[in-house]
Design a protein around this ligand. Structure first.
Ligand SMILES: Cc1cc2nc3c(=O)[nH]c(=O)nc-3n(C[C@H](O)[C@H](O)[C@H](O)COP(=O)(O)OP(=O)(O)OC[C@H]3O[C@@H](n4cnc5c(N)ncnc54)[C@H](O)[C@@H]3O)c2cc1C
Length: 400
């Protein structure tokens, strides 16, 4: 257990680099623990969050993953999201993250049916309430879909849907602050290490801060922050993802978040829809710009939408935006826990498009590591950084 040290800007027990949803969740869970008595500082270079993944996220929450760890993470996440109005309330302020529990529908054709069946079996074995529908059942339940080329689909019956990411971020931040966490608006530009320890972080404006533990929660900039600690091989890359909105004159009652076999996804958002697609690996370069290429909508997404939902043939495209996945280019899963040599340096990186929903479990997990030296609830040791060197990859195939 950590002892209480001087809680001043020049020295902290835990410095968290990055105040997005991951950094704020770690700060919240650490400061909520009764067995943690240290000081926690979150350093965020852009408190407007204009370019943070969290603020640009599509907000999806699902249980349908292909690895047991991600399922356990999601089960805790869903329970946490439902408890937000209670656990993140501050005095009279009751946060509302607008959890729409409308489900995810993964569709399969001949090409991906075996992966769908495999995932379905794994999900059911781990307690996920998911149902498999054949093509005729799909047509009955979701009459707006064209199912002629489909073999089956899996639909989550509970704990799936979407939330408002920014509201979650603000609620975590406010609650963490009320529990004593200090937030400063500055950029970490260097780290100083001695032997096997990070001793301090250097801020662009605010001098040096000595720290007992350092957490890298820098989202798409994780590799740059790791390099400051001398870690040159963190496989996290910024990969651009665009989100497009559109209107459709026909209502689609009971429409969940639908993932077409092509990878195109869509879901309702108020009186509109949002949609997107991840490009194939060979057309997905590292990218840090925010340029939206509407040709992706016109040439790739819209033809799929119009084929899958005949009512979408007459849609009207609206605004769009781009953000960045912190993409784990090796196995598309989180990278969590201490560095094998630098024992006071922790990774919370590489969420590859599912970090928003993983934030509660990741926040709790890192708080356990820092406070007790091990995972106490979900065993996430397989997500360690060493897995790359040891060849023990944990591949997530359900990346949307
Ligand atoms: C278009 C899009 C759609 C998505 N959809 C979903 C979804 O449906 N469901 C889901 O679960 N996830 C989704 N994600 C992924 C999810 O948004 C991210 O995994 C999650 O927000 C990661 O949070 P983070 O805190 O790690 O990163 P961020 O939110 O990017 O926060 C990192 C912060 O670190 C700060 N920072 C970086 N370097 C430094 C430094 N040197 N010093 C100080 N501060 C620094 C940055 O300013 C930033 O605010 C989506 C992402 C995008 C882009």
């Amino acid at each position: 257990m950590l002892s209480k040290t001087v809680n001043s800007p020049s020295q902290v027990d835990v410095a968290i680099i990055g105040g997005g949803v991951i950094g704020c969740a770690i700060a919240y869970f650490l400061s909520a623990r009764t067995d943690f008595h240290g000081s926690v500082l979150v350093i965020e270079k852009d408190p407007s969050y204009q370019r943070a993944s969290t603020a640009l996220s599509a907000g999806g929450i699902r249980q349908q993953f292909s690895t047991p760890e991600n399922i356990y993470i999601s089960q805790f996440g869903a329970a946490f999201f439902k408890s937000v109005p209670t656990v993140l309330a501050c005095d009279e302020d009751v946060p509302d993250i607008s959890f729409k529990e409308a489900g995810y529908l993964f569709l399969a054709n001949d090409r991906n049916i075996s992966a769908l069946e495999c995932n379905f079996a794994l999900q059911r074995a781990h307690g996920v309430e998911v149902e498999m529908l054949d093509a005729s059942a799909l047509a009955r339940c979701f009459s707006f879909l064209c199912t002629s080329d489909l073999r089956a689909g899996t639909v989550g019956l509970r704990d799936e849907g979407w939330i408002d990411p920014y509201s979650l971020l603000m609620a975590l931040k406010k609650k963490a602050r009320s529990q004593g966490v200090l937030f400063i608006d500055d950029e970490v530009i260097a780290m100083y290490r001695h032997d096997k320890h990070i001793q301090s972080v250097q801020l662009r404006h605010g001098g040096q801060i000595a720290c007992g533990h350092v957490v890298n929660a820098a989202g798409p900039a994780a590799a740059q922050v790791a390099a400051m600690a001398g870690i040159v091989d963190l496989p996290v890359r910024p990969r651009k993802r665009m989100v497009f909105t559109f209107r459709c004159r026909t209502e689609l009652p009971g429409c969940p978040l639908v993932i077409d076999p092509s990878g195109v996804y869509f879901r309702p958002e108020g009186d509109k829809f949002i949609c997107g697609v991840s490009p194939p690996g060979d057309r997905d370069p590292d990218c840090t710009d925010f340029y939206v290429d509407v040709r992706i909508f016109d040439e790739v997404i819209w033809p799929v939408l119009a084929q899958r939902v005949p009512a979408f043939e007459a849609l009207e495209r609206g605004f769009s935006w781009a953000g960045h996945y912190a993409y784990n280019a090796i196995d598309q899963n989180a990278i969590l826990g201490p560095h094998p040599q630098l024992r006071n340096y922790y990774f919370a990186n590489g969420f590859s498009g599912h970090g928003l929903q993983q934030a509660p479990a990741v926040g709790r997990a890192i708080s356990e590591l820092i406070t007790t030296g091990g995972y106490q609830t979900i065993d996430l040791r397989r997500f360690c950084f060493e897995r790359f060197a040891e060849g023990k990859l944990v591949r997530e195939i359900n990346v949307v």
